[in-house]
Ligand binder design. Structure first.
Ligand code: HEM
Length: 542
């Protein structure tokens, strides 16, 4: 009987582990070699695929993808563990993936349900919501609020009021040779604008920037008399950044890593803390506003912030002039409002701030474009450079708009647009099964010499010349994505950006501290400008 006794020692454990490893590796490569429609790519490593391929490029994932495109063409694959993702900058694919048809097979994005469930946002909001009915419902409310004409007009007044506060800080605190990091200012500017426009609540992060570099008595006085709002704004803004940046890791890092690897565990705890602080603050704002609306007499006008538009949508107090969607007639719950507010803040703050910073960089390097834009602004405001900008003025800032488009082409702020197919489909004569994950790498189209004349050259004039515009197909410039999931905030973003450029260049001279420094940025979901050192002084008119 002794003969049948199995002993399990170190050696056996080693052999078993090796066997399991071998079987898994064979499995991994079996899947790889039998995949449908193999596309060019570097050879993937077992289990991790191409996860660390390109780490040489550090934070510049865009430069890495530019290299991949030059080596493998406009369509290639990348493996994330054992998941294949198709990277495309090929128009035949883009056409299908960004189809605006209601029958589109590409209405969802690749998301990580496990991570979203842990975060408590699974099936909520818009951007990462793959429950198509709930996504449609939420998106309709956001669009209805954001396209209300009084809201858009309000956004112009509002942008100016906050820009004026920033100018006041500059006038008091900046000396002739003070060098500032423009990215910090533009971020604070859009935080204050978007937060108030969305929630109706005053936010004041901008003033902290000047307090960090100047101790002018007037500023100290200002700080003392506004201590509460300054510190509360800074707390909310920090929590918001921590939450938005940190929640990205819930999309990519597996649950077991977040729960058991100490550094990830600590980072996860911080995200939860920021989230609960933020939810508490925003819920308080929502409750207060509901009460205020209830207590406002019916014949009194309600203000046009997004929160008010969301709370009153589909009720007899609705202030939207966009027709109610017949499909959804129920008002929103407080929970739905909370997620939509977070979505609008998340969509609106970083994106516009970065475009503004990149515009400052490119205009400083392209004086023909800058002078032409300033001429347009001067012509519009004539002798009265300080008069308030109106909503109607913006339609005349055609060159400004061309500059913004060119900045978004050269330095696309959201460089990846993801889609997952819900049905089998044939594209470019290949059949792809349901569940295929795609990433449209938009700079691969925006900087492609097949679609653009001298794509590496910054030249806003390309959007002015009508003939040149006709040359561009509908998917050559897709900075807002496309189809039914196209960015719903694009009109608001354009209004704000035009307004900020006009306000900046009609009264201020901006000079880069180092003209030899290349444009600097980090890439995650958004491409974020960093370290843009400038000198700013009041504009001298001849
Ligand atoms: C310069 C500024 C902006 C840029 C470059 C930008 C870009 C984008 C892009 C590329 C997408 C993905 C679209 C797609 O998948 O087809 C997107 C989605 C989205 N954006 Fe923006 N955006 C900007 C500003 C805003 C603003 C101001 C808001 C809201 C106030 C906003 C809210 C959203 C939302 C909610 C989505 C998700 C749409 C959906 O999944 O249905 N964005 N944005």
């Amino acid at each position: 009987m002794e003969i049948f006794k199995i002993s399990f020692g170190v050696y056996e454990f080693f052999v078993l582990s090796l066997t399991l490893l071998l079987i898994s590796t064979i499995n991994y490569y079996h899947k790889y070699y039998t995949r449908k429609n193999p596309l060019p790519a570097p050879f993937p490593l077992p289990f991790i695929g191409h996860l660390f391929h390109g780490s040489f490029y550090g934070n510049d994932f865009c430069e890495y993808l530019q290299f991949m495109q030059s080596k493998y063409g406009d369509i290639y694959e990348r493996w994330y563990g054992n998941k294949r993702v198709i990277f495309v900058s090929k128009l035949e694919y883009v056409e299908k993936l960004l189809s605006a048809s209601t029958k589109s097979k590409y209405l969802i994005r690749d998301s990580n349900p496990e991570g979203l469930k842990d975060l408590g946002t699974y099936g909520e909001g818009i951007l990462l919501n793959n429950n198509v009915n709930k996504w449609k419902y939420n998106r309709q409310f956001l669009t209805q609020a954001i396209l209300t004409s009084n809201f858009l007009k309000e956004s112009v007044d509002h942008t100016q009021a906050i820009f004026n506060e920033m100018e006041e800080c500059w006038r008091i605190g900046l000396k002739d040779n003070t060098i500032i990091d423009f990215t910090e200012w533009s971020h604070s500017l859009t935080t204050d604008i978007i937060f108030q426009l969305i929630t109706g609540k005053k936010m004041w992060t901008i003033v902290s920037n000047i307090l960090n570099i100047s101790s002018e008595p007037k500023l100290i006085e200002l700080q003392k008399s506004n201590e509460k709002i300054i510190s509360e704004s800074s707390e909310i803004s920090k929590a918001f950044q921590k939450y938005i940046m940190g929640s990205n890791s819930f999309l990519y890092v597996p649950r077991w890593v977040r729960n058991f690897v100490p550094s990830f565990r600590a980072a996860q705890r911080e995200v939860f803390e920021a989230q609960s602080f933020l939810y508490e603050k925003l819920n308080e704002i929502i409750r207060e506003r509901r009460k205020e609306i209830e207590n406002t007499p019916r014949d009194e006008k309600l203000r046009y912030d997004m929160l008010t538009l969301l709370i009153t949508a589909n009720t007899d107090r609705s202030i939207s002039d966009v027709k109610d969607n017949q499909e959804f007639t129920k008002p929103l719950s407080d929970k739905d409002v909370l997620y939509l507010i977070i979505e609008a803040l998340g969509g609106g703050i970083d994106t516009t701030a970065n475009v503004f910073s990149f515009a400052i960089y490119y205009l400083a390097h392209n004086l023909n474009n800058k002078n032409r834009m300033i001429q347009e602004i001067d012509d519009l405001f004539g002798q009265n450079q300080n008069r308030p900008i109106t909503y109607d003025d913006l339609s005349q800032l055609i060159y400004c708009e061309a500059v913004i488009k060119e900045v978004l082409r050269m330095m696309t702020t959201v460089p990846f647009v993801g889609r997952v197919s819900t049905e089998t489909d044939s594209i470019d004569n290949l059949e792809w099964e349901a569940g295929t994950c795609y990433v449209i790498y938009t700079p691969g189209i925006h900087l492609n010499k097949n679609y653009w004349n001298e794509p590496e050259k910054f030249d806003a004039d390309r959007f002015i010349d009508v003939d040149d515009q006709k040359k561009h197909g509908k998917n050559h410039l897709i900075m807002w994505g496309g189809g039914l999931r196209q960015c719903p905030g694009r009109k608001l973003a354009m209004i704000e950006l035009k307004c900020m450029l006009a306000l900046m260049f009609r009264n201020w001279d901006v000079e880069l501290a180092d003209m030899n420094s290349p444009v600097k940025y980090n890439v995650s979901i958004v491409r974020s400008a960093k370290d843009l050192k400038v000198k700013i002084k009041p504009r001298s008119r001849k």
